[in-house]
Design a protein around this ligand. Structure first.
Ligand code: NAD
Ligand code: AKB
Length: 309
């Protein structure tokens, strides 16, 4: 049985990805790791700083790891507050993992990119797979650079690296880690508590989003696809649900008629304005059979039923 390491497993995606990978491959085959403790207690966990290359090599050798899912990163809003560190973390972590694959120590890598690779000059509606990419955030610059390095390692050294440009992810198990799309999770906590929600984006700001179950399925489907189907080695566009703050508010209000919202845009508005409103994911559909399952109302129902306040 292959051994898998998830780096950054205590975050919004890692918490759910580890659960699914353990269901598929067995608890002992999936090693969770993070700089902070986890509540995933049904399998091995290592405290690991991905910037510590020797510690990474030690954990990989100790568990005879063959696949790494690298999730550790600073997200868009946090990265703007600490650009130097964000660049170092987002790039060094990737190089440490890619070099293990280049040296033949591990066989396969998953590394997530983001819709943040696009910028103000990118076509905003149905943003194509291949298009103008001039990101204006530190986070977006690091993700675009990461994509180029993934493709380079695949072409030059035959590294089996696979990647998805996630949209904003919506889930209830773990809180999001400092992104611009976090409002679409935060809003449910206010709705559930019966409080007014103060939204940090303007009401008419469309952004690509996705319910977490779709994102986890996409990730595992891509990683389990035959290598010959993975024709893009930079990163795949995938699309779920696109909506504005006003649209998600209207959907919640159908179930919570008393729920109220106000709009108080902050620095994150400029980031959101630089990103696409919707994404063309036809290449992911063609190459490895991607299709989303959840629409806005289904996602809202699940979130309202499950968010714990
Ligand atoms: P998150 O912030 O919730 O989790 C990141 C985890 O990495 C945290 O648990 C953190 O403790 C850990 N971490 C930070 N520094 C570390 C280090 N030096 N070594 C080891 N672990 C470290 O982020 P997330 O939402 O789970 O995102 C995971 C990845 O997916 C990131 O690369 C992010 O850019 C990407 N992504 C996320 C979204 C989203 O909406 N959540 C969208 C697009 C892309
Ligand atoms: C963020 O808002 O930074 C993330 C992302 C879309 O990459 N959710």
């Amino acid at each position: 049985m292959k051994k898998i390491l998830v780096v950054g497993s205590s975050g919004q995606i890692g918490t759910e990805l580890v659960i699914e990978l353990r269901k598929l491959f067995g608890n002992e085959s999936v090693v969770a790791s993070d700089i902070k403790e986890t509540n995933l207690n049904n399998g091995p966990f290592e405290v690991l700083d991905i910037m510590d290359n020797e510690a990474l090599k030690y954990v990989v050798s100790k568990h005879q790891i063959k696949e790494i899912y690298l999730l550790a990163a600073l997200l868009s809003a946090t990265a703007e507050k600490n650009p130097d560190f964000a660049w170092r973390l987002n790039m060094e972590g990737l190089f440490n993992v890619l070099n293990l694959a280049k040296d033949g120590v591990i066989e396969k890598v998953f590394w997530p990119s983001s819709i943040a690779v696009f910028g103000p000059s990118t076509p905003k509606i149905n943003t194509p797979q291949f298009t103008i990419m001039e990101p204006s955030t530190v986070y977006g610059i690091s993700k675009l650079a990461g994509e180029r390095w993934c493709e380079y390692y695949a072409n030059k050294f035959g590294v089996d690296v696979r990647s998805i440009r996630y949209p904003g992810l919506i889930s209830y198990t773990s809180l999001p880690g400092g992104g611009t799309t976090d409002y679409a999770v935060d809003i449910f906590y206010s709705a559930k508590k019966g409080e007014n929600y103060s939204c940090f984006l303007k009401q008419d700001t469309p952004l690509p989003m996705m319910y977490m179950e779709d994102a986890i399925r996409a990730t595992i489907d891509l990683m389990e696809s035959d290598s010959s189907n993975v024709k893009i080695r930079s990163s795949y566009n995938i699309s779920g649900i696109s909506f504005t703050p006003a649209e998600i508010y209207a959907s919640i209000k159908k179930r919570k008629p008393e729920f109220s919202i106000e709009y108080a845009p902050d620095f994150r508005q400029q980031i959101a304005d630089s990103w696409p409103g919707s994404i063309d994911d036809s290449r992911a559909r063609e190459d490895w059979g991607w299709h989303p399952k959840f629409d806005l109302d289904q996602m809202v129902d699940i979130m309202l039923d499950n968010v714990m306040v």
